[in-house]
Design a protein around this ligand. Structure first.
Ligand SMILES: [Zn+2]
Length: 418
């Protein structure tokens, strides 16, 4: 089972938008580029919503059938580990093995010694094809990196083998993710990590490092775009080197987590992919849930009322809603409109505050981030929320497809500027 060059992770929290999301991949196909859809939903999201991974598979399969999608598609057990993987084993065929929590925990000294003595080739200046800069690895850096990451890679090996023993070799896409941690991995660290992944015999097809800069949920990148571009090019060069030297799968590519809405780096991602003739897996998730709210607000009437009610409750419970996402949101409470104020808004006022259009003076990034983490409120509404989704399917679907295609797929995979 092989993941195509270009792939997009889409999140469908309430399992109602798979068709609208797949439409965006069909638009890409019409424009001449194959973008493979991967439906991802983490254990955290399933737990908050009270859903099962099998429902994501059912919704994806129904969309694929309805639209006659003939290319591959996948269901991603997003950010799983040994304790959470079980219920994902049957319905999923893509596994994001998350080992961020194990970074910094030391492996046993003998295995660190063995790793260091097995990899003398990593020491010195490594010339990477496609970049000016070479990667410099001193004996100290090799040992320190092993001390910091080897245990995490060994854990990834354990989780991988558990999945392999259940599903069979080659019948799923393995990804290793290290993005939910405090500090970014350098390209040198990435190369060392990849050599350890190869030693563990994990045939990873995607790897999600933490990049420098902030990847907040649902909003644009915050950081130095030029530095990000240099880092991404070096990472791609390091991956190419690791594929050639350590026998990792030839389609191994970067996975960009919290990848939705990072408009200011999409051009850099597109340029790097072109320069290295490679692809990326762009993981987006919550951006679709926000389009549901935008669609409801745009519909007016009961839809707009419900959108306002969700905001009011999110406002009242903001501390609780934000806590699990504290490291990936930056909300300025002073910029949050009061629910009383919002209750008087028109459809247009609500959608223009929420829709991610940075050229609009009404766009409010704090309002957007609070609603991004507010899906628990809608989950608690249960049928009431779902009924309105169904009643307003057309207007919501239009927003979901447009957002994924025009704001994400077109700039990243087609290189189209807005
Ligand atoms: Zn992630």
């Amino acid at each position: 089972m092989t993941l195509g060059k270009f792939s997009i992770g889409v999140g469908d929290r309430f399992a109602h938008q798979a068709k609208a999301q797949l439409e965006a991949c069909l638009l890409a196909q019409k424009a001449g580029v194959e973008v493979i859809p991967v439906w991802n939903k983490s254990n955290r999201e399933h737990t908050i919503i009270g859903s099962e991974p099998s429902s994501t598979r059912a919704a994806a399969a129904a969309a694929v059938k309805a639209l006659g999608w003939s290319k591959p598609y996948f269901c991603d057990a997003d950010h799983i580990n040994l304790t959470t993987v079980e219920r994902f084993l049957s319905p999923c065929d893509f596994f994001t093995i998350d080992v961020a929590d194990y970074i910094g925990k030391p492996a046993d000294p003998a295995s660190i010694d063995a790793f260091v003595s097995n990899h003398p080739e990593l020491i010195g200046a490594i010339r990477l094809e496609g970049v000016e800069q070479s990667i410099e690895i001193t004996p100290e850096l090799l040992r320190n990196t092993a001390a910091k990451f080897l245990f995490a890679v060994q854990e990834a090996g354990k989780i991988y083998r558990k999945i392999e023993s259940e599903k069979g070799k080659g019948s799923f896409i393995p990804e290793v993710s290290m993005d939910e941690t405090d500090s970014a991995q350098t390209p040198a660290e990435l190369l060392i990590i990849l050599s350890a992944v190869a030693d563990e015999q994990i045939p990873i097809q995607t790897i999600a490092p933490k990049f420098s800069g902030r990847f907040n949920k649902g909003v644009d990148y915050v950081g130095d775009v030029a530095q990000f571009a240099r880092e991404m090019a070096l990472d791609m060069a390091a991956i190419r080197y690791a594929v050639a030297h350590y026998g990792l799968p030839s389609n191994l590519k970067l996975s960009v987590h919290s990848g939705s809405d990072k408009f200011s780096i999409y051009s850099a991602i597109h340029q790097s992919m072109k320069a290295f003739s490679t692809g990326v897996h762009l993981k987006t998730a919550g951006t679709t849930w926000l389009e549901e709210i935008i669609g409801l607000a745009e519909a007016g009437g009961d839809g707009l009322s419900l959108a306002k009610e969700i905001y009011a409750q999110a406002y009242d419970h903001s501390a609780e809603l934000c806590a699990p996402y504290a490291t990936v949101i930056d909300i300025d409470p002073a910029r949050l409109p009061s629910p009383t104020n919002v209750s008087g808004w028109t459809s247009d006022q609500f959608t223009s505050a929420l829709r991610h259009d940075q050229s609009s003076p009404a766009y409010n990034l704090s309002f957007r981030q609070l609603l991004h983490v507010g899906f628990k409120i809608a989950a608690k509404m249960g049928r009431r929320y779902l009924d309105l989704l169904e009643a307003n399917e057309a207007v919501i679907a239009k927003n979901v497809t447009e957002n994924l295609y025009a704001r994400h797929i077109a700039p990243v995979f087609l290189g189209l500027k807005k």
